[in-house]
Design a protein around this ligand. Structure first.
Ligand SMILES: C[S@@+](CC[C@H](N)C(=O)[O-])C[C@H]1O[C@@H](n2cnc3c(N)ncnc32)[C@H](O)[C@@H]1O
Length: 402
């Protein structure tokens, strides 16, 4: 039986208000009206793995209180599908997350950045549960909302949930990365899956003066949330406004599994050396609201490395070891700092990835350690250009081609 959810929702609302997730009364009202529970399946996974390495299941029939707390947890998404529905949500599981109902804090944060007015025609790419689409309907009216989902079962479920509470946006079952010529035009396109590049069909389907809000995949951690405005002549341009964490748009998945396989198969052939390198990237980012909302905090330097070197994947373990790889899956390196400050490096492949990281870190320090929101992107027919502060100041020599 569904527990009485009002107290859970009330606590969630208070927490969201405390961390500034309601920049307008409009958004607060929409959150209060839309019942999140309608969009949450009876069995969902909690997104964090337990000691057994599996994500636990929250089951409405077994533990209604835990399920209700999760539905109105401000900071955590709930996983509704793994491995493209190959893994049923009947018990604890490990797998690649392929759909979720995003955390309220993230959903509202994005809607806040979308700068909607009540007349905007909106497309959401990544319907998932339908929850965000319901909020959009509440904000601009069902007639102005289209939403597209690549997974047919998810699209059907979302359509039913939306209709059950009186919303009737167009729910399309399709690949949202390739919008047909008859779609739109839209004043706003919001993606709730991350992209390695912005599909140009989105730019073509924007109305004059429209805008795209999209999580852009980085090679170093969380996605940069990009707000791109139409600048006419088939070009959109804008700054990063936040950091978020989304699953990738299907068809744009990063190559992490292939890199792990390469590392395992070449471990014995890797060369070990000791080198001196300055990999200092210390400066906490200044996105205070991000911190309050409990998103992963990242370093501005890591984000900058990804902007400067989109051809370098880099992460750092809790023990301080850098793990580096090339997206073309030809090279990898692990670099661990020793007590004397030098690095012990184990590396395989043609590229000197530690040198690339050191080069990007030096560039960032030399540029005055700029924060995430000083970076931006311009998208035109030829591809994407990443810049610092203004479009005439490109950051990387690498242009991402579509
Ligand atoms: C994080 S979930 C979306 C959450 C959703 N907006 C909500 O409110 O619950 C991302 C969704 O994007 C969908 N998706 C991934 N690639 C897609 C594509 N190319 N076109 C349309 N939908 C896609 C996934 O199937 C998944 O359901």
């Amino acid at each position: 039986m569904i527990p009485h959810l009002e107290p859970y929702k009330q606590r969630c609302t208070e927490e969201l208000a405390r961390c500034g997730a309601f920049p307008s009364g409009w958004l607060r009202l929409a959150f209060s009206i839309v019942p999140r529970e309608v969009f949450t399946p009876d069995q969902v996974w909690w997104p964090e793995v337990g000691d057994d390495g599996l994500c636990p299941v929250l089951d409405l029939s077994e533990d209604p209180d835990a399920w209700a707390r999760a539905v109105y947890d401000a900071r955590h998404p709930l996983i509704t599908q793994m491995d493209g529905s190959l893994t049923p949500a009947s018990g604890p599981a490990a797998g690649r997350f392929s759909s979720s109902i995003s955390a309220p804090a993230v959903v509202l944060g994005m809607l806040g950045h979308l700068a909607l007015d009540g007349t905007h025609r909106v497309l959401e790419v990544g319907t998932g549960s339908g929850y965000n689409a319901a909020l959009l309907c509440e904000l601009v009216g069902s007639d102005l909302v289209d939403t597209v989902e690549i997974d047919g079962a998810l699209a059907a479920r979302a359509r039913v949930a939306l209709r059950a509470i009186g919303y009737h946006p167009q729910v399309h079952h399709d690949d949202g990365a390739h919008l047909p010529p008859q779609a739109g035009p839209y004043d706003r396109i919001i993606a709730t899956a991350s992209t390695t590049h912005v599909p140009y069909s989105w730019v073509e389907r924007l109305d004059d003066g429209g805008a795209i809000l999209v999580p852009r995949h980085t090679t170093t951690g969380p996605d940069g949330l990009l707000f791109l405005r139409d600048t006419r002549h088939g070009t959109v341009s804008g700054h990063f406004v936040d950091l978020v964490d989304f699953m990738p748009l299907r068809g744009q998945e990063p190559v992490t599994d292939a890199v792990a396989a390469l590392r395992t198969s070449t471990w014995g052939e890797a060369k070990t050396t000791t080198i001196e390198a300055d990999l200092d990237l210390s400066l906490d980012i200044g996105l205070g609201r991000d911190r309050d909302l409990g998103n992963d905090r990242e370093h501005a330097g890591l984000f900058a490395v990804s902007m400067r070197r989109p051809d370098l994947r880099a992460s750092r373990n809790d023990d301080g070891t850098w793990w580096l790889s090339s997206p073309d899956v030809s090279s990898w390196a692990a670099a661990r700092q020793r007590a004397d400050g030098t690095y012990r490096v184990k590396a395989y492949g043609p590229r000197d990835l530690v040198a690339d990281l050191a080069d990007a870190a030096a560039w960032w320090r030399g540029a005055g350690r700029p924060e995430v929101t000083r970076f931006g992107v311009t998208v035109d027919r030829c591809g994407e250009t990443v810049w610092l502060d203004t479009p005439d100041n490109p950051v990387s020599a690498v242009t991402t081609l579509k």
